[in-house]
Design a protein around this ligand. Structure first.
Ligand SMILES: Nc1ncnc2c1ncn2[C@@H]1O[C@H](COP(=O)(O)OP(=O)(O)O)[C@@H](O)[C@H]1O
Ligand SMILES: [Mg+2]
Length: 240
């Protein structure tokens, strides 16, 4: 059985800057992996390499056994991507942009419309379906990104910092939904810089820093790691 994602020696430069440095990582089907790392570590670049949004100089990536460059259409169809930035088409209504997204992946219009409404209802956005996404709050836009990523019912869901800047209620709503999707069999690849989020949700944790994987393994083993015995409490003074 091929692995959901298999990254081998991925290396990506932006000019002279090595953003991802010889990264190898395997994600098993059905896993919930947290890809954890500080800002600038190379998380988004790795995701863009998996989903064909950027090129890379060395290495290879396979999604369910198919090469992401040689078999781009096939591998891209297996993935739903929830990007870090909002990148909606401003000329479409909220429902329209979901139906359009379905179209990119060959979902017939009637089915896409049905699915769009189900997802909008699930994320409490149905009453906004005819509106303009620019009028949505930040949290609503995040939910809409997730609806869009799920339109073609992908086997893998990749989320790039979906809870950055989200309030607690939205976080809990998203977390519950991600757990539910994972239980239903979807492979989830979540990037975050919150250890708490990784601890709460994932089965596997990969930590990336300065473009290199510095740890990868199952979460329970990581939490038992004696080297991590020291726990830090960071206090930030308001007004600072
Ligand atoms: N389009 C780009 N052009 C030049 N440098 C980039 C570009 N995108 C990202 N970088 C750089 O690559 C490194 C990794 O960035 P990124 O993958 O976005 O990190 P993360 O998602 O972990 O915050 C950073 O040093 C960032 O400044
Ligand atoms: Mg990023």
């Amino acid at each position: 059985m091929p692995e959901a994602i298999e990254i081998n020696g991925l290396t990506k430069y932006y000019g002279a800057l090595c953003a991802v440095n010889d990264v190898s990582l395997v994600v098993h089907e059905g896993d919930f992996i947290a890809f954890l790392g500080p800002n600038g570590a190379g998380k988004t670049t790795t995701i863009h390499s998996i989903t064909g949004l950027c090129n890379f100089q060395k290495g290879s990536i396979r999604v369910f056994g198919s090469d992401v460059i040689g078999d781009y259409r096939k591998t891209r169809r297996l993935i739903g991507l929830c990007p870090q930035e909002f990148n909606f088409d401003p000329f479409l209504s909220i429902e329209g942009l979901l139906v359009y997204q379905g179209g990119y992946f060959g979902v017939p219009k009637a089915e896409a419309l049905k699915r769009a409404r189900e997802l909008l209802a699930r994320f409490k956005l149905l009453d906004k379906k005819d509106g303009d996404f620019r009028k949505l709050s930040g949290g609503m836009k995040r939910r809409l990104l997730l609806c869009r990523a799920l339109m073609h019912d992908p086997k893998i869901l990749i989320l790039d910092e979906p809870t950055a800047g989200a309030d607690l209620e939205l976080k809990h709503h998203l977390w519950d939904f991600l757990r539910e999707l994972n239980r239903a069999g979807k492979t989830i690849f979540l990037t975050t810089h919150y250890m708490e989020e990784a601890e709460l949700l994932s089965k596997t944790v990969a930590i990336i820093d300065k473009g290199k994987i510095i740890h990868c393994g199952d979460k329970e083993t990581l939490l038992k790691n004696e080297n991590l015995e020291k726990r830090y409490l960071e206090l930030i003074r308001e007004n600072d």
